[in-house]
Ligand binder design. Structure first.
Ligand SMILES: Cc1cc2nc3c(=O)[nH]c(=O)nc-3n(C[C@H](O)[C@H](O)[C@H](O)COP(=O)(O)OP(=O)(O)OC[C@H]3O[C@@H](n4cnc5c(N)ncnc54)[C@H](O)[C@@H]3O)c2cc1C
Length: 526
């Protein structure tokens, strides 16, 4: 994946997409596969907005049944099934436990009905996928870390999980392979109009500071929270902030769906890359769009709730390994609590022809993007159906996934990669893992883990730096490999990693120091 600003020059595109989060990535991939001349730009890195700050779940959203959002749940469950089939390396099943306590807001009967409906809407055919009821003792055997006092019973059900930033990156790579021009660190500073219709945009390359007028027949804005800067769009939406904390491993394989003691909201405790993700908060937001801070009251809320739900755990601030915040775009509504507002997505087209993607979910972004491209195709007068339905993901191995998985796990272990690291390596890179194996064959010490507590190996770091359009150190350490949110990074380790990256990317000492400073400012604790 190479970055070439000049590829925007001297041509007119059918479609220009502003914003490389999940919505922009799916739109670019689908449109390029349908044969359009596509360009997509992001002012930051791929997925540097909300699409790397989600709960990493590919799910129907059990809790939306409470607000009777059946249509949304059904659509998301269908997408979950599709993604599990077309991207088995990128999206994998995750079993959830839901405990029921004597004083639970939602009792056994209500939960049972909800889970039956969830199975029905998801057309769960296999018994292993359907929900199960467990008596207290059986349930605690499965989730030994759970607080047992007043526990009466529990249920399990199956949803799915991903690495959100890598999902976006893989789609961008797919779009590139299908002929799209894809550029990170390129900002659209203004739209150009001809006869009151958008016909292009001024694009600034934030690496070279060069600016260029890029012309396109259709333009889509998938800028997530930044779309609220457009005065025409602002009245339609509001923002809600969600915070996650990363803590040491506490669960084995399953996740927990829990109800917060303080306000009755649903929150998750989820295993991710061998550690624990806790989230999320859900509060109205009207602050700075470019700088999202995790506030002390948000930390307290999540730590208190987790400590209350878990047995033998008393996490304190110092136990936190990482934290991140994201902003949802929600449609404007009279409701005061963001948690009760629908997560459904909408496509609006302004009078000047600019298409705006509003709200949505990572889970259902593929289908929503297909609607965006349908509208674009209609305006272009071209009849061509969606190409992403049923199409294998760009890095999916061509053969049977289970056979491929077994063969490559064996190969990885033979090369000296520990089995947990190997498992994640296959998920992270799909069929491109063969290139990482070759790196290790040439340089065997690259099998070592980067840090003992996370499953990433040095060969992964070198490969990402070489191949995955890394511009800044933060791209590499936050999104290609999420070390900055999974480890309590210190400055010595950061320098060590910056030097490895600098070696691959040809950075001199001054550049290495600049990159370290950029990362330190945002991610290292004083
Ligand atoms: C806390 C939280 C948890 C969530 N959990 C889940 C979950 O588990 N599962 C799920 O399905 N969904 C989840 N969601 C929802 C999901 O994350 C979002 O719907 C999705 O990421 C939005 O993607 P997007 O592409 O619209 O926006 P973004 O990901 O924010 O992308 C917008 C991009 O536009 C770029 N941009 C902005 N302005 C410009 C410009 N002028 N020029 C060029 N580029 C520009 C930005 O840099 C950014 O990369 C969650 C959301 C939140 C907040």
């Amino acid at each position: 994946m190479q970055r070439e600003f000049s590829s925007l020059k001297h041509r007119q595109f059918d479609l220009l997409i502003c914003g490389g989060g999940i919505y922009g990535a799916w739109t670019a991939y689908d449109a390029a596969l349908r044969g359009l001349q596509v360009a997509i730009v992001d002012q930051g890195d791929w997925a540097s907005g909300t699409s790397s700050a989600s709960s990493k779940l590919i799910h129907g959203g059990l809790r939306y049944l409470e607000t009777l959002d059946f249509k949304l749940v059904k659509k998301a469950l269908a997408e979950r099934e599709l993604l599990l089939a077309i991207a088995p390396h990128r999206v994998w099943p995750l079993r959830f436990g839901v405990p029921v306590y004597k004083d639970s807001r939602i009792g056994c009967l209500q939960l049972k009905i909800g889970l039956m409906l969830y199975d029905f809407l998801g057309r769960n055919q296999h018994i292993s996928q359907r929900h199960h009821y467990f008596k207290r003792q059986q349930f605690t055997q499965q989730f030994p870390s759970l607080n047992r006092s007043n526990l009466t019973a529990g249920f399990t059900y199956v949803d799915a999980q991903t690495d959100d930033a890598r999902l976006v990156l893989e789609l961008i790579d797919g779009a590139l392979s299908a002929g799209a021009v894809c550029l990170n660190y390129c900002e659209i500073s203004r739209y150009l109009e001809n006869n009151a219709q958008v016909c292009g945009a001024e694009v600034i390359d934030l690496v070279s500071n060069e600016s260029l007028d890029v012309y396109a027949k259709q333009i889509v804005n998938t800028t997530g929270r930044w779309m609220t800067e457009l005065k025409e769009v602002n009245p339609w939406c509001r923002l809600s902030k969600g915070v996650h904390l990363v803590l040491p491993k506490v669960l084995n394989d399953g996740a927990l769906l829990l109800t917060a003691k303080t306000d009755g909201r649903v929150f998750f405790i989820i295993p991710w890359y061998g550690l624990t993700l806790i989230g999320t908060t859900d509060t109205n937001y009207s602050g700075n769009l470019d700088q999202l801070n995790v506030e002390q009251d948000e930390i307290n809320y999540l730590l208190n709730e987790a400590n209350h739900c878990l047995h033998d755990v008393n996490w304190k601030q110092d136990d936190i390994l990482g934290q991140f915040a994201g902003l949802r775009v929600l449609q404007q509504s009279g409701k005061s609590s963001p948690s009760t507002i629908s997560r459904d997505w909408e496509l609006k087209t302004l009078q000047n022809g600019l298409h705006i993607s509003l709200g949505g979910k990572i889970t259902s972004a593929r289908e929503d993007a297909a609607d965006i491209v349908d509208r674009v195709m209609k305006r272009l007068g071209i009849n061509q159906n969606c190409k992403t339905q049923d199409r294998s993901f760009p890095w999916k191995p061509p053969e049977s996934y289970s056979l491929w998985h077994k063969a490559n796990m064996d190969k990885a272990v033979n090369l000296g990669i520990d089995s947990e690291s190997a498992q994640w390596l296959l998920r992270r890179h799909g069929n491109r893992v063969a290139q990482i194996f070759r790196l290790i064959e040439n340089q065997p010490d690259l099998v070592q883990r980067i840090t003992t507590a996370t499953p990433f190996i040095l060969a992964d770091l070198v490969f990402c730096a070489q191949q995955e359009m890394v511009v800044h150190l933060e791209d590499l350490l936050r999104r290609r490999i999420p070390l900055l949110i999974l480890t309590n990074m210190n400055s010595l380790k950061l320098r060590n990693l910056a030097e490895i990256a600098g070696n691959v990317l040809g950075w001199d000492e001054t550049r290495i120091n600049t990159e370290i400073n950029l990362c330190t400012r945002t991610w290292l604790r004083p």
